[in-house]
Design a protein around this ligand. Structure first.
Ligand code: SF4
Length: 200
């Protein structure tokens, strides 16, 4: 099975054509194009993160917690059954649950809600964690390294099924070389590095 990455999932929900161009127009690859993965790469950030409490994720302090929660950093995840892989910034591991945490470089703007592409990126990590740890993954967090704010995303069973269907669709699009529709959000095209080949 063709392996795709969680970064591809994020890009697909942002604009499917980006994934198409990245796989099928490999002669045209913008130099700055990269997966937004592994943002917690600075050792200083990681050192600070290890010392922080889990209160911003809604968990009690360790002395009050019923169950131990451990933090694992820089997880390389992969599943042959899902045909998916990814590099996750951090996971919170509980006895009965695994929670992906993605770190965002910028700050959250006022009233900002989690976009669909971030939501399904996080859920992709959740699916991989479920496979790896054999525990359920029902939510994840996006944490801003800039303003320290954290937003949660819940993964319903229906949404996970929907995402699995999309993984199949992304793979089919690549293997069958199906040119997808462009994003409905035309503002995204202004900053898109694939614009020269997309718009002719
Ligand atoms: S230019 Fe617009 S439609 Fe084309 S790949 Fe970029 S974001 Fe998608």
């Amino acid at each position: 099975m063709l392996n795709i990455t969680v970064g591809d999932v994020k890009q697909y929900f942002y604009c499917p054509r980006i994934v198409y161009f990245n796989y099928l127009m490999s002669d045209f690859r913008p130099v700055t194009y990269k997966m937004e993965e592994g943002k917690l790469r600075e050792s200083e950030e990681e050192r600070l993160e290890k010392r922080r409490t889990l209160s911003r994720f809604g968990f009690p302090s360790p002395d009050k917690a019923e169950h131990k929660i451990s933090k694992v950093f820089h997880l390389k995840l992969s599943s042959t059954s899902l045909g998916l892989s990814g590099l996750l910034d951090m996971a919170l591991i509980k006895d009965d649950e695994v929670i992906p945490v993605d770190f965002k470089d910028g700050s959250f703007s006022k009233g900002e809600i989690v976009s669909l592409h971030h939501k399904y990126q996080l859920m992709g990590y959740g699916l991989l964690l479920e496979e790896t740890y054999k525990r359920k993954s029902i939510k994840g967090f996006i944490h801003s390294l800039e303003d320290g704010k954290t937003k949660s995303v819940y993964f319903s069973e229906g949404a996970k099924m929907f995402l699995k269907g999309k993984l199949r669709k992304i793979r089919e699009m690549i293997l069958d070389e199906e040119f997808p529709d462009e994003t409905r959000y035309r503002g995204r095209c202004r900053e898109c590095e694939f614009s020269p080949i997309c718009k002719g």
